[in-house]
Ligand binder design. Sequence first.
Ligand SMILES: Cc1cc2nc3c(=O)[nH]c(=O)nc-3n(C[C@H](O)[C@H](O)[C@H](O)COP(=O)(O)O)c2cc1C
Length: 181
Amino acid sequence: MKDFERLFREITPEGIEDDVFTLAGKVFPVITAGKAAHYNSMTASGGGFGLLFRKPVTWYLIRSDRYTLELMLQERTNTLSYFPDEYKKQVLFLGSRSGRDSDKMREVELTAIQTPSGEIAFEEARLVIECELTQISTPGLDDFYTPEAQEYLGEEYKDPSHYRKYVFGTITHVWVKKKDI
Ligand SMILES: Cc1cc2nc3c(=O)[nH]c(=O)nc-3n(C[C@H](O)[C@H](O)[C@H](O)COP(=O)(O)O)c2cc1C
């Protein structure tokens, strides 16, 4: 894997220039967990950024049976990679099948790269956020108050492996692609 710091420069969480709604809803984060020997990625949408216990965090809603979540729980860390539009195909591919029973991490046309802390991200990303697992909550169906959520999750919650989990990760590092690369 190539030298991460040759490609990326570190910024503070406050230095993230992107609009959160675009990042969460249009760019789509690729969540990666695991280490170089074995890692897995999934695509997410929604979620966001904020402060929890005075620390900058990211959060997302993940279905209980995602393989990436399993690795996040093992390692207690993960990365979020945000890609330029030209990589949309690859981003959607990572959200189209599970790494539990496919070879998607070998098939995906992206280049894995190790961050200085030993996390896995992708060379083609323009923004990489490293997180440390802070909190996971599994809301019951009664905890959702809107008709839209009730309708959508009513069916899903018939299978406990489809319960959603709110996952909060404290942001430990933020990296942006260097402009002259
Ligand atoms: C655009 C897009 C957004 C997605 N958002 C989420 C999400 O927010 N939460 C979730 O659990 N799955 C989401 N998925 C589905 C997972 O990415 C997908 O099931 C993936 O194959 C899981 O992989 P894994 O089992 O290897 O972790 C999304 C998929 C796509 C294509």
